[in-house]
Ligand binder design. Sequence first.
Ligand SMILES: [Zn+2]
Length: 146
Amino acid sequence: MANPILLTTPSRSALMSRIRSINTAPEILVRSALHRMGFRFRLHYRRLPGKPDLVLPKFRTAIFVHGCFWHQHLGCTNARKPEANKAYWRPKLEANVSRFAAQTEELEKLGWTVRVIWECETKDSEKLRSLLLSFFSRSVSGTQRC
Ligand SMILES: [Zn+2]
């Protein structure tokens, strides 16, 4: 007997296009990974500069999940600037990058640690998990979580 669940699973791309705008798929992947690891976090924290995607108050850490293209992930193939409409894209993308640099500076002044997870780093769940663990390794190792 075929498993009916397997047959009815919606295609990944259909799912991704539906949840594009605020709750982007990479962000959801980060959220569920953190959740599985037992971390507590808040979402879209308005009271902080840049409205971080995830905030872990206990670790005073703000996490931004960045699209490789929109935030120009250095050296990433997804971040290639489009050849067409250069005059339109270039200032737009550069503004994104410098805006985020300013927000990071503000957050750090307030004593927050800023971490960025790139869209391309969310594709492999095992890699994402170890990346997240590395963010908090000092606090996690040796402490029993209840
Ligand atoms: Zn990337």
